[in-house]
Design a protein around this ligand. Structure first.
Ligand code: ADP
Ligand code: MG
Length: 731
């Protein structure tokens, strides 16, 4: 690649007014260059253009129809009064009116406004109103001098900030960057994509995302940015997918006798969906290309046995197979299950994790190579990422199975796919992915779906309750424990006052500006305070002194976390309070109750996954959602979980309700990383946009895999922003 310099790369430190402190504040938000400023999209907009009268506001307040923020045009009635209400705190009061009513405006510690808010002057105020003893009040509104004939901006951006920055500063920096780079904003989308979908050009888009001409222009800019994200994501996926299609150098087949032998040791009949998946896998392994298949199926749908069939086929053809999982607990569980199964067939399994002792590790490693010694030969190795660590050589590897792959870190995943590049590859995922998305995301990857549960599975009773049920909930925990069962309690946060991940990068520091209009529609009701696992564990321990309560969360060291998890698995803990780290794989059949706190905060698919942690034994199991949210959308979503247990249906519903966030984001197939602003695409509900983005991305990847055409070179540059984060997408 050439190293042409661009104004987009101009360092923010060269901007006027950016000293060391401001530069540091910008760096904190990952803003280093003019280009980064352009991509720092407002997190909200204030629509100050729609002014209302004070009389209308009074009416709305009376009817409980919201307290604003509203925009009003007012004239100052008299000079402001300033008083000291306590040390270091001044209060400024001023009366203002329009032709319908009057209002008292107050400001704290903004004495300087005294000289601005002069009698008879007109202002546009924007803020939240209150009605006190039938008097209208307006506290700390934004004020803009209003002069007849001089237009004020109607739609004002609200930027994410970090300490030391203000809205004004950000707006002026972005403005400067815009001016500087206006001629360098080059299109990277295919022309026909723009025209088919009626998307605006990139320069129009950036101009209007920062300084919208109108609400319509803003909508259209947002839509284009969503498309950008989707297009780039699919492009990077398609490029990696294109690489993975390889000739089958390891053709495998299974004799009738061998197939019968495998069937003979199964403790149950395969479901139709399992049988279909096994057949699809067998056809792949014996087919024209190396297998590159994802096996999706709900928790408990029986993916392991399907993987076992694939492993068996590889071993019967003289190859080794590796099964890699994200945690030691899961590795142990798979090891136990599979060695019990394969023991009957004379197939040897080994477990390789970080905690395997040196000596044993050496003998396992020896068993994985073909150095002429046949003693201790290992056919199947099951493990964590220790499997891909340096020094682990697996000779004659024919099949790599990866369970819950989205739980691996990005670099691990890259190494993983690297290792599995010339072998058959089966990825298993319990995240039910809606069909539209699977098609779009996995263009060249084949998909098997296990869409039915084994017969006789018990249903889990789901309830939705609120805080008033706390006592009864505690009593229910006691009852379960008294019957010898165990209980999960899931909280959305690790520590108290944790920042909401969905308003990340915003530290609440715009004291001078209010922002109540979210940029992206948020389905999450964030009005109910978050419960934190660490704190809630304390609370429960006090409420239930006779029970043993432990907690796990993602900020603990893995060893510490796993120690607590195995305490719970072995029955030494009655109650496990956790964040969603327990979402995946853990199997504690004795756990019969799961309580989810702040249920309104979770994605539906996430809740569905969580529910799958109980009902794994023979005892009746319960799933209780605790939510104080009154938000009708939130209630609807919780009711959806209550009314169905079909993961695929829930996934489709989730997609429809609020876009592919869960599937693409933190808990989904691709983790959110670095600067990739998934907040936009994550809420895209327009499945047509998703499909078209996938279509154009695949076309680009197929026609110009090196991305050498001009327009695609620019797309590559956009990709370059986060491609490192994807690890396996490009070299
Ligand atoms: P998951 O898809 O979540 O990985 P598992 O493979 O762990 O599910 O299977 C869950 C449980 O269901 C296991 O105890 C397994 O033995 C059992 N199971 C799997 N398939 C069947 C079947 N066809 N009939 C009865 N039980 C089954
Ligand atoms: Mg599993």
């Amino acid at each position: 690649m050439n190293s042409e310099t661009s104004r987009l790369d101009t360092s923010v430190t060269t901007f006027r007014g950016v000293g060391e402190a401001r530069a540091a504040a910008l760096f904190k938000m990952n803003i280093f260059t003019a280009g980064d400023l352009l991509r720092c999209y407002p997190r909200a907009y204030q629509n100050r253009g729609d002014t209302v009268t004070l009389a209308e506001i009074r009416e709305r307040l009376k009817n409980g129809e919201g307290d604003g923020p509203f925009s009003v045009l007012l004239t100052i009635a008299a000079e402001p009064s300033v008083s000291m209400i306590r040390r270091g705190m001044t209060l400024l009061k001023v009366r203002a009116f329009d032709e319908t009513d009057a209002v008292e405006i107050t400001y704290f510690n903004q004495t300087y406004l005294r000289d601005k808010l002069t009698t008879g002057a007109s202002f546009r105020f924007f803020g939240k109103f209150a009605l006190e003893k039938s008097k209208l009040k307006l506290n700390s509104p934004i004020s803009e001098p209003y002069i007849e004939g001089v237009p004020l901006p109607d739609i004002v951006p609200v930027y994410p900030l970090s300490a030391g920055l203000t809205q004004k500063m950000m707006a002026s920096l972005v403005n400067e960057a815009m001016r500087m780079c206006a001629n360098e904003i080059a299109e990277f989308l295919p022309t026909d994509a723009l025209s088919e979908l009626g998307l605006p050009t990139l320069s129009y888009t950036l101009a209007n995302i920062h300084k919208p001409e109108s609400m319509n222009a803003l909508e259209s800019a947002k839509r284009r940015l969503v498309f950008d994200e989707l297009y780039l994501m699919f492009l990077s996926l398609s490029l990696s997918g294109a690489k993975l299609k390889r000739d089958n150098t390891l053709p495998m087949k299974l004799s009738h006798e061998d197939a019968a032998a495998f069937k003979g040791i199964l403790p149950f009949e395969l479901t139709n969906a399992q049988r279909r998946s096994v057949n699809e896998i067998a056809a792949d392994m014996g087919g024209e290309f190396l297998m590159n298949r994802i096996l999706t199926g709900d928790v408990g749908s029986g993916k392991t046995i399907v993987a076992a069939a694939a492993i068996y086929m590889a071993v019967k053809n003289g190859y080794r197979a590796a099964l890699m999982v994200p945690t030691e607990i899961l590795a142990n569980q798979h090891y136990e299950d599979l060695s019990a199964l394969f023991g009957k067939l004379g197939i040897t399994c080994a477990l390789l994790t970080g905690s395997v002792k040196k000596k044993e590790r050496e003998s396992i490693l020896a068993g994985l190579t073909d150095d002429g010694i046949d003693i201790g030969k290992i056919d199947v190795v099951i493990g964590t990422h220790a499997l891909i660590s340096e020094g682990t050589v697996i000779d004659h590897l024919g099949l790599a199975v990866i369970d819950e792959q989205h739980r691996f870190g990005v670099t691990q995943r890259a190494a993983l796919f690297d290792k599995a590049a010339d072998v058959h590859c089966l990825v298993m995922s319990a995240t039910p992915i809606p069909r539209t998305l699977t098609l779009a995301m996995y263009g060249s990857i084949d998909v098997s779906r296990i869409d039915e549960l084994p017969k006789g599975r018990q249903t889990i009773d789901t309830f939705i309750v609120d805080e008033r049920y706390r006592e009864r909930l505690n009593a229910f925990i006691r009852k379960q424990a008294a019957e010898g069962h165990q209980v999960y309690v899931v909280c959305p946060a690790v520590e108290e006052a944790e920042e909401d991940p969905y308003t990340k990068a915003y530290d609440g520091n715009d004291t001078d500006e209010m922002a109540d209009v979210p940029l992206v529609e948020t389905w999450r009701d964030t009005s109910v305070p978050l419960k934190a696992a660490t704190v809630f564990a304390e609370v429960l321990a006090q409420a239930l002194p006779e029970l043993k309560v432990g907690y796990v969360h993602g900020k603990q060291k893995p060893s510490q976390r796993e120690a607590v998890m195995s305490e719970f698995a072995s029955g030494n803990l009655d109650v496990l309070v956790s964040t969603t780290v327990i979402e995946v794989g853990v199997n504690v059949p004795n756990a019969t109750l799961m309580i989810v706190e702040n249920a309104e905060r979770f994605g539906l698919s996430q809740l569905h996954q969580l529910r799958g942690r109980v009902g794994r034994g023979t005892a009746k199991s319960y799933f209780i959602l605790v939510s104080d949210s009154k938000n009708p959308v939130a209630r609807d979503r919780l009711n959806a979980i209550k009314s169905t247990s079909d993961g695929f249906r829930i996934a489709e519903y989730d997609l429809e309700m609020r876009g592919p966030g869960d599937f693409l984001g933190d808990n989904g197939i691709i983790r959110q990383h670095g600067q990739m602003n998934f907040t936009l695409a994550a809420t895209c509900r327009d499945t047509n946009l998703i499909e078209r983005a996938a279509f154009y991305a695949k076309r680009t990847a197929a026609d110009d895999p090196e991305l050498s055409e001009d327009v695609n070179r620019r797309a590559a540059k956009q990709l370059g922003r986060f491609v490192k984060e994807f690890g396996n997408t490009q070299n």
